[in-house]
Design a protein around this ligand. Structure first.
Ligand SMILES: N=c1c2ncn([C@@H]3O[C@H](COP(=O)(O)OP(=O)(O)OP(=O)(O)O)[C@@H](O)[C@H]3O)c2ncn1[C@@H]1O[C@H](COP(=O)(O)O)[C@@H](O)[C@H]1O
Length: 110
C-alpha cells in the first residue's frame, strides 16, 4: 500500500521543475499553495457528500473515487510544502503503537 504513496510522491516531486502547461500537477504548483488548498477543501466536501450518498444507497463507488481525489490533492499539498507522505505514515504508526493494538495484533490467539 505505502509503495503506491512512495511512487506517487516521486512523481509529484519530479513535477516541481515542469512547465505549467505540461501536466495537471505542474499547473497546480504554478497556481500556488492557495489553489492547492482550495482543491483539498473542494475534494473534502465532495468526499463528505459521497459518503452520505453511499450510506443512503449502499453503493460506495463514488465514495472511493472522491476519497482518492482527496488523498491525491492532500499529497500535492504535502509535496508543495516539501513534506513526504512517509511522515504521515510514521505518525499513524506511532499512534498505532501507542494504542497497544500493534502488540495485540501480533500476539497469537489463545
Ligand atoms: N492521482 C492523480 C489524480 N487524481 C485526480 N487528478 C486530477 O485532479 C483533478 C480533479 O478534478 P476536478 O474536476 O476537481 O478538477 P479540474 O476541473 O480538472 O480542475 P479545477 O479547474 O477545478 O482546478 C482532475 O483533473 C483529475 O485528473 C489526478 N491527477 C494526477 N494524478 C496522479 O498524479 C500523477 C501526475 O499527474 P500529472 O501531473 O497530470 O502528470 C499521475 O501519474 C497520476 O498518478
Amino acid at each position: 500500500m505505502s509503495d503506491t504513496l512512495t511512487r506517487l510522491a516521486e512523481v509529484l516531486e519530479a513535477r516541481k521543475g515542469a512547465a505549467a502547461d505540461s501536466s495537471y500537477v505542474a499547473s497546480l504548483y504554478h497556481k500556488g499553495l492557495n489553489k492547492i488548498l482550495e482543491k483539498v477543501g473542494e475534494e473534502s466536501i465532495e468526499t463528505i457528500l459521497a459518503a452520505k450518498d453511499a450510506a443512503a444507497s449502499g453503493d460506495a463507488s463514488d465514495l472511493i473515487y472522491e476519497t482518492a481525489d482527496l488523498w491525491f490533492h492532500s499529497l500535492v499539498m504535502l509535496a508543495a510544502l516539501d513534506q513526504h507522505p512517509q511522515a504521515v505514515l510514521d505518525e499513524l504508526d506511532r499512534r498505532f503503537g501507542l494504542s497497544g493494538l500493534a502488540e495485540k495484533a501480533a500476539r497469537p490467539q489463545s
